[in-house]
Write a protein that binds this ligand. Sequence first.
Ligand code: AVI
Length: 316
Amino acid sequence: MLTQCQTETRPPVAGIQAELSAGLCASQASIAPKFLYDPLGSKLFEAICEVPEYYPTRTEAAILARHGADIARAVGPGTTLIDLGAGNCAKAASLFPLLHPDQYVAIDISWDFLQESLARLRQRFPHIEMTALGQDFSARLDLPANISPARRLFFYPGSSIGNFTPDEARCFLRRARAQCETDGGLLIGIDLVKDEQTLSDAYDDALGVTAAFNLNVLRHVNQLLGADFDVRGWRHQAFFNRLEGRIEMHLEALRDMLVRWPGGSRSFARGDCIHTENSYKYRMSAAIGLLEQSGFQATNTWVDPDEWFAVIHARA
Ligand code: AVI
């Protein structure tokens, strides 16, 4: 029987302005990385995945393609595939012919982009029951009642786990673990530590796509908060912080300025920075440790020949 289920929820707006305002007024000004993903930000991220310097997407895709049969054996058929940060849903869709999921749940904070992506996917795979959830899953993970509790496979590709601090990552993974009842699991992509030039080039590509992605967050904040950021007054910065084991993205003020929004303002001096993203890189042992500290048991790991990226399956 062909079934098609649509449960669609918009992310709640309450609290977003308070969160943004608090970040901008903190001694080290920051904007949480989830705000990078408005409809244009999601498209720019898709473009980042195409630039030669950004190796994670194609490296992970090659691992999934090369080891697909092994991955399918480890996971088994008939899962409820829960795609965390689904974006254009392309990675999960590439697994459908291997994993044969019964249900597909796509979760993303970028609601409009997700809806468009899922509408296309429904046409290609009409036999899979699909659910779209517009949710900020970094804060909480709510699955509606129509999602089967058994055989849930959380799919968290692209090393998005690296955008959390290790403590936040453990909290997040524990929340996912708590949503696994019978026979649940996790299939996760994690970017591994490598030479610093490769890392910093990946976040500062020659075409300036990552710069546009980073700067676009200011347009999004203007829209969400009613702020008056002048995008031309800022420049993209990305570097590897060796001590913390992470790439950091910042926006640097090119001149002194006052930024205003309803109920608040902040002055920035030339050279001041707004921290917009961390992207942690793990050693394999630390990646497995992170999963185990969160209640998962790693069963299989797959890497590319250069050992730049890992895909790990873990049981709940
Ligand atoms: C989504 N996330 C895993 C990307 C990363 O590599 O941290 C976001 C990104 N930021 C700049 N380029 C890509």
